[in-house]
Design a protein around this ligand. Structure first.
Ligand code: HEC
Ligand code: HEC
Length: 362
């Protein structure tokens, strides 16, 4: 008897502690004014990406997305956040060939940089299977080798949180906690990802703006990279890792595996998306801006250093029916390989480390 009175008392005590506002679905008692546009100053020589008009970037949207990205609440057991595999200091990669998800399960692809991601509109992931950032942001939560959770649970956890309802209201003007849905979470993450611009303060861009100059090695590397002078060998890189972002919106086979027919590739890559035979074993050619930060390299992290990447392109290119005509064992001396790397090293720009909005709010 005494026990049950004690229990009833405890129950009443708990009830009285509960803030009635927290318990209700209503958010309209929280003042709301539409959030301002989040401005970005794009580097001088960079293209200005077209804004996603279905998802205008606001200050409150960016802050919500930033919280969600760094919060393990999105995973089954609160052990993994997006940032577990996308570490801001490593150009948003994780330094590993394969990233452990919930329970340590490994996937079969290497994490990818998220810097300048807003520019890559011809498919996300190594095989381009996701059409845009909003679609992409919904996927890791339910991927069993990543966050291994389901969106229904995540929505419940966000609605019960002490601070997310307010952040969602500020970002999207919702009136009820039940309006917190995966679509809005994904939109906020996409807004935040669209601010991750980097590279404009690199030595390379200072040279482009005539504020600095290349060393002789960097200049020779640049010449070979873009095949600018017939007296130098064509290092071929500029056919694929090209343009202002040193990337491509296309998919290529760069000679990693020797196969007799395209269905032998261990990872079908782009082929599993397009089903076109020649796309098997083709992958996205990533941006080389800040590539120094995102080792190990290639879709499965098989190459550890940039020196070894140069060895791949000069000595270990393997035959396949769909190897790109621009990839062949290059006839470069070791010294020329070193010069190419001296040039690629001018693309590093860690000035984004100083932007607190790129980093965790927690
Ligand atoms: C367990 C590790 C892991 C977690 C957690 C994770 N990612 Fe990734 N991410 C990866 C891997 C691996 C890839 C490449 C996968 C592929 O190509 O199949 C990737 C690719 C991406 C890409 C595509 C980049 C490009 O250039 O195409 C984006 C964007 C991205 N992740 C965002 C996120 C967001 C947002 C979250 C959280 C909601 C997240 N990731 C959680 C490992 C992870
Ligand atoms: C035909 C197009 C093509 C050419 C030419 C080319 N690459 Fe690549 N590169 C790719 C593709 C595609 C990948 C990704 C391959 C994969 O992971 O399966 C890649 C991957 C890389 C990576 C690893 C990127 C990462 O995020 O892991 C580096 C570094 C790189 N290339 C540097 C170079 C350099 C340096 C040259 C010139 C010597 C060069 N590439 C020439 C297409 C090309």
């Amino acid at each position: 008897m005494r026990f049950s009175i004690g229990f009833a008392f405890l129950f009443l005590l708990l009830l009285s502690c509960e803030d009635p506002a927290d318990n209700s679905d209503d958010l309209s008692n929280i003042p709301y004014t539409p959030s301002d546009h989040y401005p970005i100053t794009y580097p001088d020589s960079f293209p200005v990406p077209s804004d996603d008009i279905s998802n205008p970037r606001t200050k409150a949207g960016v802050q919500l997305g930033r919280h969600l990205f760094y919060d393990p609440i999105l995973s089954l057991d609160s052990s993994i956040s997006c940032s577990s595999c996308h570490n801001p200091k490593l150009a948003f990669t994780d330094g590993k060939a394969f990233s452990p998800g919930v329970g340590g399960t490994l996937g079969n692809r290497s994490s990818m940089s998220l810097l300048n991601i807003v520019y890559f509109t011809n498919g996300l992931f190594w095989d381009g299977r996701s059409p845009n950032l909003i679609d992409q942001a919904k996927q890791p939560v339910e991927n069993p080798v990543e966050m291994h959770e389901n969106w229904g649970n995540v929505e419940q956890k966000l609605r019960r949180s002490t601070f997310y309802p307010e952040l969602f209201r500020a970002a999207f003007g919702i009136n009820k906690k039940s309006e917190i849905r995966k679509e809005l979470a994904a939109k906020a993450i996409a807004q935040w990802e669209s601010i991750l611009i980097a590279g404009g303060n690199s030595h390379y861009y200072k040279v482009i703006r005539r504020k600095s100059a290349f060393t002789p090695d960097q200049a020779d590397g640049f010449t070979m990279y873009f095949n600018l002078d017939p007296r130098f060998p064509d290092a071929q890189c500029g056919h694929c890792h090209t343009g202002r972002l040193f990337a491509s919106s296309n998919y290529f086979n760069n000679g990693l595996d020797s196969v007799g027919n395209v269905y032998e590739f261990k990872d079908p890559g782009r082929g599993a998306v397009s089903m076109a035979p020649l796309d098997y074993g083709r992958f996205k050619a990533p941006s080389l801006i800040n590539i120094q930060l995102s080792a190990p390299y290639m879709h499965d992290g098989r190459i550890n250093t940039l020196e070894e990447v140069m060895e791949h392109y000069t000595k270990h290119v393997k035959p396949a029916p769909n190897i790109d005509p621009n990839v062949a064992n290059l006839k470069l001396t070791d010294d020329q390989s070193r010069q190419i790397l001296a040039f690629i090293n001018t693309l590093i720009d860690t000035s984004y480390y100083k932007n607190p909005d790129f980093f965790s709010p927690f």
